[in-house]
Write a protein that binds this ligand. Sequence first.
Ligand code: PHB
Length: 390
Amino acid sequence: MNRRHFLIAATAGLGLLAATGAYAQQTVKIGLILPMSGPFASTGRQIEGMAKLYMAQNGNMVAGKKIELIVKDDTGVADVTKRIAQELVVNEKVSVLAGFGLTPLALATAPIATQAKIPTIVMAAATSIITEQSPYIVRTGFTLPQVTAPLAEWAPKNGIKKVVTLVSDYGPGHDAEKAFKETFAKGGGQVLAELRVPMANPEFAPFLQRARDAKPDALFVFVPSGVGSAVMKQFAERELAKDGIRLIVTGDVLDDDILNNMGDTALGVVSSHHYSAAHNSPENKALVEAFKKSNNMRPNFHGVGGYDGMHLIYLALKKTNGDADGTKLLEAMKGQSWTSPRGPVSIDPETRDIVQNVFIRKVERVNGELYNVEFATIEKVKDPVKAAKK
Ligand code: PHB
């Protein structure tokens, strides 16, 4: 190669470099890792649908950057989530990781978030400790203690003094069990028995029998979204209500995805949660209508965690003027506040958890369909576990 050819080749190479560099800077990739198949696929369907709806409504350009969403199916298996997260960081050079349908999937990704300094938005998984596993994790869903404590406060004021708790035997279930017991005791309530069922394909009958034998005023239940139908069916079949046992649950059990198919069994059941498709606000009415049009579904709480997660990414990018550096983006997420379809929310700058209203609701038939109708609001609830640590 003579000098002239060398210069031409070098210039062309530089041009290519500049072009790819410019491309990398102009595109901000979001790696959305979700269970799109397997028993928790409804969570994946909701969040993917909502992320795409958010982009359809708000465009794919933010502060001069093109947003590219890369959706990957982890099938709900933690090793797969971790491998996909690594590939997205190393090969795709994503600026943000997001999704995480179950606690173990979020926990598996935490070390990658820290090492790669990539903001990681937990949209669904709800065990309190998750945000403490990496300073790069931000949560737009909820925590189990956050939604459970208000129900445990409500119960003793409403004639429920003795309770049996029944939870899925993993992180969020343990969180719900503990939060219920502690708060309930403060109000003079007593937990007679704490029952734990396997997370996947649980057989509820023997547990319901043990609950009945303890003669509580109410049974408190947490199971992750998707599993609630089985609880409701077996509670009805075993006729615990005939023994005067009420059912109180976190909103996960009465997930909007499956509630309408539960039938009259669900009528009157009281729950607490941060989102209901029946939430009475203009923002929510617009979302419910748009999601019905785009995905032919009713939004559930995981879906709204996804919608708000996308909003938070957009807000942060606007604040950094399009700079997608991981640490800058993370800092820009802290302290953000906005009006979500669920109501007013903010990101606690210290814990990176979401602060939000929690509602006490009751299942009612509205225009022929079952809904969780909110009747009491507890405002600006923080994750109580972290608040207590301070
Ligand atoms: C979780 O695994 O953290 C989880 C999943 C679904 C829920 C709640 C918590 O409804």
